[in-house]
Design a protein around this ligand. Structure first.
Ligand code: SF4
Length: 492
């Protein structure tokens, strides 16, 4: 897969026994580093004060001495953390640090801090309204907008529950939030459609943790996982936990989480592990395209997210899987500090291929999804040059035809290889013999629900403002107009 990014991974932990939660936040963030590699941050709360660190890069790169220091300087029984990739705001290095989360905002002598995963579709009108109030917004990302909206609603409505009701009426987009008020209450919020995942669990009534994926909890020894419901608010007080269903809507969880983003060892909405769903996606591809599947000699997964699907394809067809493509484990992306040429170099050096094993072979090349197609084009051309007789591309995710306004790094129609192109045209661009996409029906059956956001493959968005931007953007793209940035930030 070509390095499409999520923004972000979140975690919030409260110890009712007074344990310092910073080490646990660190471990959880480490398991969530795949959801954001540009920056990380931790904020804790003690005696009415917030203490924070924010840094650029991978949390996995912090050395032991620094971890020990952080555990001391941030020490508290209550804290939240975040790993980020910027799908909102500036990508300048200085701004990336300023926009790193958790963010803290103040208004009329009150303060709160939050970390969130998602994107706000109506960020432009909300920003204008907030500025009309005379509030100066510190950073460029939509996390500040979300935090101000929540704090303003909280103050105007008098309590957090009514503040969240207001937030859900005004904010159009995807948001899974963990936060802390200046009175030391932790809160957990999932948007009315539950577009982004958010799970929680309790360990022996002593420790509460909420996070983007279950793996962040299991690493801390929490094995019984619950799922924050769409439109739900959970408040964690000093001695009690309260749950409120603020909005009663239908779940529309991001389908892409199952194909690509989430870790295979996570559970996102029920008892199924993500790897089990991916294996089923591969099996269904083999059944749906059985004429081609029958003819191939070897199954080759694009590492690493397509490996489970390749196994499913193998179970169905009995054909061998060969790890022809090997990803360089230590080649890391820092897209925000790379030129276009450097990015091209990364694509061409990202994989090593066992080319003397492909001569005269008919290959089923399995990938999790096809967004821009750059990496696949490179891989197919190398396989063909090495003498592969046929290369058939299989995508576990349906054809992506529309951008995402909910926190995934595909922000315009123009960048999508699937926009306004047939499978035959896409195969031609990739240099492949055929391109075979998962059908939407098979995808939903493999996940086990139709209650998914599938906007990027159907063009139908669960929230109205996102739909409006998409409709404007689609018209412009069909007319051949260029866009000068992310559609949510230029208004379509
Ligand atoms: S538009 Fe696609 S990538 Fe974005 S939230 Fe919906 S399913 Fe996920």
């Amino acid at each position: 897969m070509e390095g499409i990014r999520e923004d972000c991974g979140i975690v919030g932990i409260k110890s009712f026994k007074g344990e310092n939660v910073v080490p646990r936040i660190y471990w959880s963030l480490l398991t969530l580093n795949h959801r954001g590699q540009q920056s990380y941050g931790i904020t804790t709360y003690e005696k009415g004060r917030f203490k924070s660190i924010k840094e650029l890069g991978l949390i996995a790169d912090i050395d032991l001495t620094r971890i020990r220091k952080l555990c001391g300087s941030l020490k508290s029984n209550l804290g939240i953390g975040h790993t980020r990739y910027a799908t909102s705001g500036s990508i300048e290095r200085g701004k990336l640090l300023e926009d790193a989360q958790p963010v803290s905002v103040s208004y009329r002598d009150r303060q709160l801090c939050l970390a969130y995963n998602g994107n706000i579709a109506n960020v432009v009108p909300l920003r204008e309204e907030i500025e009309e109030y005379g509030i100066e917004i510190n950073g460029t990302s939509d996390s500040y907008i979300l935090a101000y909206e929540l704090l303003r609603g909280f103050l105007e409505e008098g309590d957090l529950v009514d503040g969240v009701k207001e937030l859900m009426k005004r904010v159009d987009g995807a948001y899974s939030i963990v936060g802390i008020t200046d009175k030391g209450d932790m809160f957990v919020i999932r948007d009315p459609y539950g577009i982004k995942p958010l799970v929680y669990g309790l360990k022996e009534c002593e420790l509460f943790e909420a996070a983007s994926e279950s793996v962040a909890l299991t690493i801390n020894g929490i094995s019984k996982i619950d799922f924050v419901q769409p439109g739900e608010l959970i408040i964690i007080h000093n001695k009690s936990i309260e749950k409120y269903k603020i909005h009663h809507g239908e779940e529309k969880m991001c389908a892409f989480e199952f194909a690509y983003f989430a870790r295979p060892d996570s559970k996102l909405r029920n008892d199924k592990y993500v790897y089990e769903i991916r294996r089923e996606l591969g099996r269904r591809l083999a059944i749906r395209y059985n004429e081609i599947a029958k003819r191939i000699d070897v199954i080759v997964p694009v590492p690493q997210t397509a490996e489970d699907a390749a196994y499913g394809f193998h179970i169905e067809t009995g054909k061998p899987i060969e790890p022809i493509i090997v990803r360089h484990r230590y080649l890391r992306h820092r897209a925000f500090i790379m030129t276009k040429r450097e990015r091209g170099l990364i694509v061409s050096h990202k994989y090593n291929m066992l080319l003397d094993r492909v001569y005269d072979k008919r290959i089923a090349l399995i990938d999790d999804s096809i967004v821009r197609g750059d990496t696949l084009r490179h891989i197919v051309s190398i396989l063909k040059n090495a003498g592969a007789r046929e290369v058939h591309v299989f995508s576990t995710f349906p054809k992506i035809i529309s951008p995402c306004f909910y926190g995934i790094d595909m922000a315009t129609f123009q960048e999508l290889i699937g926009f306004n192109r047939s499978e035959e045209e896409i195969a031609r661009i990739l240099g492949a013999d055929t391109v075979n996409y998962q059908t939407i029906k098979d995808f939903c059956e493999a996940v086990g629900t139709k209650n998914l956001c599938l906007a990027c493959v159907t063009g139908k968005y669960p929230t109205p403002y996102a739909q409006k931007i998409a409709d404007i953007g689609r018209k412009k793209a069909l007319a051949g107009e260029k866009v000068g940035g992310r559609l949510v930030e230029v208004g379509g």
